[in-house]
Design a protein around this ligand. Structure first.
Ligand code: NI
Length: 170
C-alpha cells in the first residue's frame, strides 16, 4: 500500500472526465487499497480516482466514525435522484480548508460494482447521498467549488494558488 499524492484545485487535471473501469483486476484492487489508505491518512470521507490523477470511474467512501466501513463504487451510476433537495456544508481533499454549502438531491439510488467486481445497488440519503454525489462529480471533472458563486470561486482559487506558492518556496 502507498499514499498517493492528491491533486489540488485549481489543477486542470481535476477537470478530466474519467473513463469506465474495464476490469476489476489486480491493478484496480491495488489502486483501491492505496486510495483508501490515502483517504484515511488525510481524514477524508471520500476520494475519487480523479483526485489521485487516475481518470477511471472509481470512488472510495467511508462515512463511519471508526473509519472501518469502506464503500467502493466502480462505474457508479445514479439511477434515481429525489427532487427533494438538501443544502449541506461540503469540503474536499483537493480544496483543503474550504467548506461551503452545496445543494444536492436529498436521496439517490445508485448502481455500481464493488471492490470485487460484483454488481451492487444501494439507496443513500443524508451525508452518504451528499458524499456519493460529490465524488461522482469528480469523475465528471467537476469540483464542488464550481457550485459556488464566481466571486467565491475566484477567492478560493487565489487562496489556493497563494498557498501553493508558499509551499513551493518553503
Ligand atoms: Ni472532493
Amino acid at each position: 500500500m502507498a499514499l498517493l499524492p492528491i491533486l489540488c484545485y485549481p489543477d486542470p487535471r481535476l477537470h478530466t472526465v474519467a473513463k469506465p473501469v474495464q476490469a476489476v483486476d489486480a491493478r484496480i484492487k491495488a489502486l483501491i487499497d492505496d486510495m483508501l489508505e490515502t483517504m484515511y491518512d488525510a481524514n477524508g470521507i471520500g476520494l475519487a480516482a480523479t483526485q489521485v490523477d487516475v481518470h477511471e470511474r472509481l470512488v472510495v467512501i467511508d462515512i463511519s466514525e471508526q473509519h472501518n466501513e469502506p464503500l467502493v463504487l466502480i462505474n457508479p451510476e445514479i439511477t434515481w435522484a429525489s427532487t427533494d433537495k438538501q443544502v449541506s456544508d461540503e469540503g474536499c481533499l483537493s480544496v483543503p480548508g474550504i467548506y461551503d454549502g452545496v445543494e444536492r438531491s436529498a436521496a439517490i439510488k445508485v448502481t455500481a460494482l464493488d471492490g470485487e467486481g460484483r454488481s451492487r445497488a444501494l439507496d443513500a440519503q443524508g451525508i452518504l447521498a451528499v458524499c456519493i454525489q460529490h465524488e461522482m462529480d469528480h469523475l465528471l471533472g467537476k469540483v464542488f467549488v464550481e457550485y459556488l458563486s464566481p466571486l467565491k470561486r475566484n477567492r478560493i482559487k487565489t487562496k489556493m494558488l497563494k498557498a501553493r506558492r508558499e509551499t513551493e518556496r518553503a
